[in-house]
Design a protein around this ligand. Structure first.
Ligand SMILES: *[C@@H]1O[C@H](CO)[C@@H](O)[C@H](O)[C@H]1NC(C)=O
Length: 156
């Protein structure tokens, strides 16, 4: 009898976490930072990905929500995570590639300051600065380039 109650309670908790995770995805996309934080605190999975390997920090980056990206970083979102080979665009992209593609300069700089890999290549061998350049965002490409140079003079 108590086993049954435990099983139900356990299932309810699992279901709650799954629902929280899909809510987290939607909240990240809409930039509802307070909701994002509340959902993470109630067990939503920050690293949950869709079939294309996109995780919430990528979704928030694509939509241009700086505060949300910051909250996800504070919640230990993996800034090194990359999308997979599936999908119409952005194969092998990190959040920094996505920020470059979407001209999200503030988010790109936040990711760079947080330690995002500037030299990581996507499936076509492009680093984030290449992605910005290809879109004609030369100023953003320069910001990333300058960060690379600064990083090298600092540590090499
Ligand atoms: C973050 O993502 C990278 C790239 O996919 C992976 O190699 C690494 O293990 C991940 N780190 C964590 C803590 O999951």
């Amino acid at each position: 009898m108590s086993m049954g109650i435990l099983t139900v309670a356990c299932f309810a908790a699992m279901l709650g976490a799954i629902l929280a995770t899909s809510d987290l995805w939607n909240a990240a996309k809409k930039g509802k930072t307070d909701v994002v934080i509340a959902l993470i605190n109630s067990g939503a999975d920050v690293e949950a990905s869709n079939e294309n390997g996109w995780i919430t920090i990528m979704v928030a980056t694509e939509a241009g929500h700086l505060d949300t990206v910051e909250a996800l970083i504070l919640a230990n979102a993996n800034i090194s995570a990359a999308t997979n080979n599936v999908g119409s665009y952005g194969k092998g992209w990190t959040a920094l590639h996505i920020a470059a593609h979407k001209k999200q300069s503030d988010i790109a700089q936040l990711l760079l300051r947080t330690g995002a890999d500037k030299l990581v290549k996507d499936k076509k061998g492009k680093i984030p600065a290449d992605v910005a350049r290809k879109k004609g965002y030369s100023q953003l490409a320069k910001i990333i380039d300058d960060f690379i140079r600064h990083h090298f003079t600092q540590y090499h």
